[in-house]
Design a protein around this ligand. Structure first.
Ligand SMILES: [Zn+2]
Ligand SMILES: [Zn+2]
Length: 57
């Protein structure tokens, strides 16, 4: 398994386990990969795309 450094797009924390986080592409630009950690999923926190500044739930 590869070790990669990822930051949650919601809270900015480093995601250590990709098993509990979700990855999806930005629904606005479709280019940026957004990661959400377990906590942000749980509390439905908003995320921000670093590429187009799209903020979504
Ligand atoms: Zn988070
Ligand atoms: Zn975007």
């Amino acid at each position: 398994m590869q070790k990669i450094k990822l930051n949650c797009s919601g809270c900015g924390r480093i995601i250590e386990s990709t098993n509990k986080a979700v990855k999806f592409t930005c629904p606005n630009c479709g280019e940026y990969e957004i990661w959400r950690c377990e906590r942000c999923r749980k509390f439905s926190r908003s995320y921000r795309c670093a590429k187009c500044d799209f903020i979504g739930p």
